[in-house]
Design a protein around this ligand. Structure first.
Ligand code: ACO
Length: 326
């Protein structure tokens, strides 16, 4: 076998909700503005005593259970995140321990909201060559821990979640058929967390300068997103020898409904062919695509041989798409 497919999906979202009405009490905004500009109605906020690995473990366990694969048989764990429990050790190692995945290699991958798509395509060739059999790929973020709740232009956007898949071998012609990954580091300053790294180590100045919070130029990121979502989707279709009419389900990064709507129009997709949950969770960064995939999968919206495209963009700046024959 030279194919790689998704054997199971899982996700975990916190119970606690922040609604648009809650934000009206925190910053100068209103439900109408948030709905029309973003499509977001509410987001989930992690419990104070939880960290990324807690939700990652929950999502991974569900994916393993659905795949019917034991943790001891997992060869590789990749955790896509920009909000790890600690700068090091990697969150993937914390997950490896708590799953009891004794023989697994584990590391984190940082590609912003494109991280999950990147991680899937880093894992897939290792399975395709036969070097590894099973990989757990996780997208997890808790952007609310680095969100500036005095900045109305960003704070309304983000929520916390984790999603995971188990990848394993399959017959050729099934599973992950094509991918497109890209980056443009020259635009990295449009979306960043400046403080806490080796450039600006954590100090009183970085805290007072609010450098530990997300800073984003929303308007510029929006323009970039619309452009690369189209380009990446077209690329994975062409590489797989397929056309836009072949798409069964598009699962875009859930950042803003207007960005999703633009991709829908571009590819002539009706609402039933695009998975949307941004109204429930806001932008959950690396988790957004695997959470949406898990929801669609468990709701029975994906059938055998369906053509599913995952496509996202994020900090870096980065973008990524994967085309799957289910
Ligand atoms: N409530 C009310 N007014 C607001 C709010 C708010 N929450 N936020 C901004 N405004 C105001 C602005 O101050 C501005 O007022 P002005 O014209 O008087 O200056 C006005 O609304 C319009 O602001 P814009 O920034 O132009 O609004 P836009 O329509 O671009 O929407 C948004 C902003 C929602 C952030 C949009 O740009 C967006 O979604 N961009 C993409 C962001 C994204 O996807 N980021 C995720 C990247 S992935 C990752 O790795 C996290």
């Amino acid at each position: 076998s030279s194919g790689v497919r998704i054997l199971g999906t899982g996700s975990a979202v916190p119970e606690r909700r922040l609604t648009n009405a809650d934000f009206e009490k925190m910053v100068d905004t209103n439900d109408e503005w948030i709905r029309t500009r973003t499509g977001i109605e509410e987001r989930r906020i992690a419990d104070p005593d939880k960290a990324s690995s807690d939700y990652a473990v929950e999502a991974a366990k569900k994916a393993l259970e659905q795949a019917n694969i034991a943790a001891e048989d997992v060869d590789l764990i990749i955790c896509a995140t920009v909000t790890p429990d600690y700068l090091f050790p990697a969150t993937a190692c914390l997950v490896q321990d708590r799953l009891g995945a004794k023989k697994a290699a584990a590391f984190d991958l940082s590609a912003g909201c494109s991280g999950f798509t990147y991680a899937m395509n880093v894992a897939a060739p290792l399975i395709r060559t036969g070097a590894y059999k099973y990989a757990v790929v996780i997208g997890v973020d808790m952007l609310t821990r680095i969100t500036d709740y005095t900045d109305r232009s960003t704070c309304i956007l983000f929520g916390d979640a984790a999603g995971a898949v188990v990848l394993g071998p399959s017959e050729a012609g099934k599973g992950l058929l094509s991918f497109e990954l890209g980056s443009d580091g020259s635009a990295g300053a449009l979306l960043m967390q400046e403080g806490g790294g080796s450039r600006n180590p954590s100090s009183r100045e970085t805290v007072e300068g609010r450098q530990h919070f997300i800073r984003m130029n929303g308007r510029e990121v929006f323009k970039f997103a619309v452009k690369v979502m189209d380009r990446a989707t077209e690329s994975v279709l062409a590489k797989a020898g397929l056309a836009k009419e072949d798409i069964s389900l598009l699962i875009p990064h859930q950042a803003n409904y207007r960005i999703i709507e633009s991709a829908m129009k571009r590819f002539g997709l009706t609402e039933d062919k695009v998975y949307v949950n941004v109204h429930k969770y806001g932008n959950t960064s690396s988790a957004s695509i695997p959470v949406a995939l898990d929801e669609a999968n468990r709701a029975g919206k994906i059938k055998a041989d369906d053509i599913v495209i995952l496509v996202g963009f994020g900090a870096g700046l980065t973008w990524g798409a994967t085309l799957i024959r289910w």
